[in-house]
Design a protein around this ligand. Structure first.
Ligand code: IMP
Ligand code: MG
Length: 353
């Protein structure tokens, strides 16, 4: 028996799709426990490139895959995704949606596109749909006709799996600083984006959680509006944007670019109980002369500036200079980096012993 959570430690888009697909191979079942079709998890393996918005990565392996309460379901988007997987000859019989999941309707998307502009939402209807849920007037999955996937009490099923010794992969969406309570309010999404949501939404008790895999990029990005202390607008950011193809997977918007902020990384690790780290997209910084890392925030609330330390750039991810960078991160977070992602494809992953 084991429960693993995949948690983004910043503003989303750290490569969770790839990491989830990699870890899905060693887990029996998978679930999405937060967010909705605003998520865009890009997975590249073999000759395929797939962006999932609703289903967890275990679905690509045909393993039992669930959407638990707290995941907002857009039936049209879900139907499209299921069709796409069927075309790849993936058996979708073992995919289920909890009967309590709130349903996103056309009117939610329209309202979101009007009211979400200040925040710069994805326009997927997340805020208005959750508002209806909180007002207790929202539609739930079991009430709709033409369900793309069967409706079920996933909580009972997950408990059964837990008690029969299976391993469960909980794939988080968005990122810590987009959380409705702990993010950069009001520039946040409307759902829960921290590991606690696995307990509250998937009904998995805290003491059953074994691993919290915190995923972060070697630099940072943010789509939509809101504070971003280490944001960079120089030619270096432009280069990162280009090499890293930093374009939103859901909306096609250009992502804002910045340097890695260790202070926020430490906060997210502590908050979410991260037990190991995965660094992604460090290969994007190959052949940079220097790489900056923010190790302190100077000033006071509302008027903070980042303090940077400068690292020598690395030629490739075998370069000793890269190891100086990640060893510094391990030393300051006090958490081991167990995997290094070396490229966009699922198999491009190095395990560190
Ligand atoms: P919403 O979730 O569509 O309401 O958007 C609220 C904020 O969260 C906006 O800044 C979005 O760009 C951001 N956001 C929502 N989902 C994601 C995601 O999966 N990755 C990155 N940013 C996201
Ligand atoms: Mg994304």
């Amino acid at each position: 028996m084991s429960v693993t959570i995949i948690q983004d430690l910043a503003f989303g888009d750290c490569g969770k799709g790839k990491v989830s697909h990699f870890l899905a191979q060693t887990h029996d079942i998978g679930l999405r426990f937060n967010g909705g079709p605003n998520a865009g998890h890009t997975i590249m393996w073999g000759s395929h490139k797939i962006v999932t918005h609703m289903l967890p990565a275990t679905a690509l392996l045909g393993k039992p895959s669930y959407l638990v309460p707290g995941v907002l379901v857009d039936p049209e988007r879900l139907a499209k995704e299921v069709e796409e997987l069927k075309k790849l000859k993936i058996n979708t019989d073992l995919f289920w949606v909890d009967y309590r999941c709130p349903v996103i309707l056309e009117e939610h998307r329209i309202r979101d596109q009007e009211t979400g502009q200040k925040v710069g939402t994805t326009g997927s209807g997340i805020g208005p749909c959750l508002a209806d849920q909180m007002n207790r007037v929202g539609l739930r999955y079991h009430q709709i006709n033409n369900q793309p996937l069967q409706s079920l009490d996933t909580i009972q099923l997950i408990r059964w799996y837990l008690n029969s010794g299976r391993s469960i992969l909980c794939e988080g969406a968005q990122g810590h600083f987009l959380d409705i309570w702990h993010g950069t309010y009001p520039y946040v999404t409307s759902s829960l984006c921290t590991t606690g949501a696995v307990c509250t939404n998937a009904g998995i008790p805290p003491q059953k959680i074994d691993r919290v895999v915190g995923v972060f990029k070697a630099y940072m990005t943010r789509v939509g509006n809101g504070p971003f202390l280490t944001e960079d607008k120089s030619f270096l950011a432009e280069k990162i944007s280009l090499v890293g193809q930093e374009i939103g997977a859901t909306t096609g918007r250009k992502r804002r670019i910045g340097w890695l902020d260790l202070m926020s990384l430490i906060e997210a690790c502590q908050f979410n109980g991260v037990t190991e780290l995965v660094i992604t997209k460090a290969d994007v910084l190959n052949n940079f002369n220097k790489v900056l890392l923010c190790d302190n925030h100077l000033g006071w609330e509302g008027n903070k500036t980042p303090h940077y330390i400068e690292f020598d750039g690395w030629k490739n991810l075998q370069d000793i200079k890269f190891f100086r960078f990640i060893e510094f991160i391990e030393k300051t977070t006090k958490i081991p980096i167990s995997f290094i992602s070396t490229g966009p494809r699922t198999e491009e992953m190095i395990e560190r012993k």
